[in-house]
Design a protein around this ligand. Structure first.
Ligand code: SAH
Length: 328
């Protein structure tokens, strides 16, 4: 595979802290975005249809141990109705996302995917955690075209800290990404920026892995501590010194910019997490090379329950028109 930017380039920019100089990198990424994927901003209607999860991810508010969180799963018809909203708004894509829920019946979802494809002019993206290859294949046959499965970090030790127990392993996550590609899915992955003890070196490797996987989609958001999770006990000030990543908007944008330069053709969202830590997060993400926005179309009564991290949910509820393009 031809390498577009080299390791040293990535490492140097990850070390850079001067905002004026970083602006130069963001400009490079913005130009690359314009040359490679154009000025159109793609909209993806996000439906967070269930917060039921069996995992123990130490950063995520949906973790099974969080018994403060009331759990829900939307009905088949309610999800279909949301897809109708995405279609009506001409978003072109609906993203069905949930916790890792083994009680989710693959046939139930398969019939829903087929129904969406039969009724609407929508691309269906799934983001449902790890499944068997058989299930991935079946959903693809039902009409799902894209799958998002973030690896969060490519550092083995940090991955183990994020995912205690045996349910999630980094190697199997990467294998699953290859298997999704082989099955014909447009495949997406991504990371969180500023995780406790996350080194700049490990993020350089994350970016190189994006390129190696030849991803179609890359989601990069800041890590946001959730008070009801074990990882929130970590003192984030420890990340401020030494070789670590900071979980702020500038560092996140720098990482988005490097991902754009490493993977010019990828679809890269200005993430909800970025918009949650910075009121101008969406614009900043778009300026750093992102070309996708994912408006949340989950019915209002469920939104506060899909609480992976504390967030300001008002910002992304704004409706976007289909003719959204990059500001000149
Ligand atoms: N269960 C599925 C999809 C859930 S989406 C899966 O694991 O793939 C959950 C995404 O939200 C994660 O991939 C992660 O990147 C993000 N997330 C969860 N908790 C977060 C936190 N505390 N801060 C920032 N992002 C978080």
């Amino acid at each position: 595979m031809r390498k577009i930017i080299d390791s040293e380039f990535i490492a140097d920019w990850l070390d850079e802290t001067d905002p004026t100089r970083i602006e130069d990198l963001l400009q490079q990424a913005n130009t690359m975005r314009q040359i490679s994927v154009g000025d159109k901003i793609h909209l993806r209607g996000l439906v967070e249809f269930s917060n039921i999860c069996v995992c123990s991810c130490t950063y995520c508010g949906l973790r099974v141990q969080n018994d403060k969180l009331p759990r829900y799963r939307m009905s088949w018809h309610d999800i279909l109705e949301c897809a109708g909203v995405a279609d009506h708004l001409e978003y072109g894509t609906v993203v069905l996302q949930s916790g890792d829920d083994p009680t989710l019946n693959p046939r139930w979802l398969g019939s829903l995917i087929s129904e969406i494809k039969d009724n609407y002019d929508l691309t269906v993206t799934l983001s449902l955690g790890e499944q068997t290859e058989e299930v991935y294949r079946y959903w693809h046959e039902c009409g799902a075209e894209r799958y998002l499965l973030k690896f969060e970090t490519s550092d083995d030790k940090l991955f183990a800290l994020l995912h205690p127990g045996k349910k999630k392993r980094l190697a199997s996550r990467i294998e699953q990404l290859y298997s999704l590609k082989k099955l014909g899915y447009e495949t997406g992955a991504g990371i969180m920026v500023g995780l406790p003890g996350q080194t700049r070196r490990s993020v350089r490797k994350d970016i190189e892995l994006f390129a190696e996987l030849e991803l179609d989609m890359i989601g990069i958001g800041p890590y946001i501590p959730h008070p009801d999770t074990p990882l929130s006990k970590f003192d984030m000030k420890k990340n401020a010194d030494g070789p670590y990543m900071i979980n702020d908007a500038l560092t996140t944008c720098k990482t988005i910019a490097l991902a754009r330069l490493a993977c010019p053709q990828a679809n890269i969202p200005a993430t909800t997490a970025l918009a949650s830590i910075d009121p101008d997060g969406l614009e900043k993400g778009l300026h750093a090379g992102a070309n996708v926005i994912m408006p949340n179309i989950t019915p209002r009564k469920y939104r506060s329950l899909y609480r992976i991290y504390p967030r300001d949910i008002k910002r992304l509820s704004a409706s976007f028109s289909k003719t959204f393009t990059h500001p000149k």
